[in-house]
Design a protein around this ligand. Structure first.
Ligand code: CTP
Length: 450
């Protein structure tokens, strides 16, 4: 839904958030600091999208000082401040629920880039000039926050018009991504990835001129000037999108993927695997934690699933991926080595356990969503029913049966678990008998009463 009426854009926010922003505006006004809602939140308000827990505020003046003044709001605390950039982050209890609301305050500024891919040097500037340094017209809109006293003596947000010097609203309505000037991608080549993400999420396309500039930037090797760490951050954001495979599809269309993930290509098969994560969430719900991070890891595993092992290892090294991602890739490589065995019907549970026990659950989730029905079902069976299965007898109970602590006890526990997995023992008595037989078979001594 596209919002036609922009007189009171903030009216789409909940009453409680509006009230909070009215208080922010009132404090800012006391200090003669014009304050604006800016960037993605304005774009999303125009699209009628729900607003998340992160609001970007631009301040024409000292944003860090304003953040200090806003600490008077109930429950507010300062999370970070960066004097060189004139930015500060506050968190307050979300007025609508038990979570937190983050306010990112930034002094309005212009940015200059020493070289391609460098982080910007900033200088204070007007709101209008601040919008001109931004990535796309649809992100270069702002909405002034002003408050007035109500009859009841409380603060209420005043209707505010949209500041839209680059026709972002019209571009949004036409579903077009447009950079603001020729050097935009050279200033900050990560905007290429930001654009692809936005295009995938909001169903946008690059305007012709912007698409030409993007291709030029790629041909000029601009992405090579960005540190692998910054690119890793962008890739992680892409994996955190609701449908990361659509980001990949967009990236392929623009010939961007080879610059970032050599060997990866969008395909129907890859897209179907990713889609299953959302349409068949049972495994996720039952066996994985469903956090945003776990989802990002799942998609990372699925998108790189068909890459040769050495290319996955190259990605780990090049982007200095975190240990959990590196070990995810290794675990997937390990399970892929057993693919044929896993597809066989009638595999003993203990054999399955021997193969899959060392493998992290997220890696098993990846294999489940990526593989054929037979392998997928086997993995789900293992994760859902077998992995947590333990014998009734534990190490302590075995010692009471006369088994001395040491390697033999460990081996007995493992064997007992295998017997249980294969249904050879069911009850406590079965287990005790099994242990006793094993110990005697090994010529060990077991006290008479055991
Ligand atoms: N921005 C920019 N160039 C960048 C990064 C950010 O111009 N390389 C500007 C854009 O105006 C953007 C704003 O900073 O809207 C805030 O950036 P960010 O919070 O990263 O993104 P959002 O636009 O809020 O989008 P999202 O919904 O993805 O959070």
């Amino acid at each position: 839904m596209f919002v036609e009426q922009t007189q009171h854009l903030t009216g789409a926010l909940s009453q409680a958030v509006q009230h909070l922003l009215a208080q922010v505006a009132a404090v800012a006004a006391q200090h003669q600091l014009p304050v604006w809602l800016v960037g993605g939140v304005v774009r999303d308000l125009l699209l009628g999208l729900p607003i998340d827990r992160d609001l970007d505020l631009a301040v024409e003046g000292d944003a860090i000082a304003l953040a200090g003044q806003l600490l008077q709001l109930s429950g507010a605390h300062l999370v970070a401040s960066h004097p060189p950039f004139g930015t500060a982050t506050l968190q307050l209890p979300h007025p609508d629920d038990d979570g937190m609301l983050t306010l990112d305050l930034a002094r309005t500024r212009v940015e200059t880039y020493a070289h391609v891919g460098a982080l910007p040097t900033v200088a204070p500037a007007s709101m209008q000039a601040d919008l001109a340094r931004r990535d796309f017209s649809i992100n270069a809109m702002a909405c002034r926050l002003q408050a007035a006293r109500t009859a009841a003596g409380d603060w209420a947000l005043q209707p505010a018009t949209l500041l839209d010097p680059f026709n972002g609203r019209a571009d949004l309505q036409a579903s077009v991504l447009q950079v603001l000037h020729k050097r935009s991608f050279a200033d900050d080549p990560t905007r290429i990835l930001r654009g692809v993400r936005l295009a995938a999420r909001l169903g946008l396309r690059f305007a012709n001129k912007s698409a030409v500039l993007l291709q030029q930037a790629l041909q000029d090797g601009m992405l090579g000037a960005v540190s692998p760490e910054r690119l890793r951050t962008e890739l992680y954001l892409a994996l955190s999108e609701p449908a990361p495979e659509r980001v990949l599809e967009q990236a392929d269309r623009l010939d961007l993927t080879p610059h970032l993930l050599a060997g990866v290509r969008w395909s129907d098969v890859l897209a179907a695997r990713c889609l299953r994560v959302r349409t068949e969430p049972d495994l996720l719900v039952a066996c994985l934690d469903r956090s945003e991070h776990t989802l990002a890891l799942l998609y990372a595993g699925l998108i790189t699933y068909d890459l040769p092992a050495q290319e996955r290892r190259w990605l780990v090294q090049h982007y200095r991926l975190a240990n959990d991602c590196a070990s995810l890739f290794e675990d997937i490589i390990r399970v892929q080595g057993y693919r044929e065995q896993l597809a066989q019907p009638g595999l003993a549970n203990s054999t399955l356990d021997a193969i899959l026990r060392p493998v992290n659950s997220v890696a098993l989730g990846v294999v489940h969503y990526a593989e054929s029905q037979s392998v997928g079902t086997t993995i789900a069976h293992y994760l859902g029913e077998l992995r947590q299965l333990n014998p009734i007898l534990d190490g302590h109970a075995l010692q009471q049966l006369g088994v001395a602590p040491g390697p033999q006890l460990g081996a007995l526990l493992r064997g007992l678990r295998a017997a249980r997995l294969d249904g050879l023992v069911v009850s406590r008595t079965d287990e005790e008998t099994w242990v006793s037989e094993q110990v005697h078979a090994n010529n060990s001594t077991l006290p008479e009463q055991a």
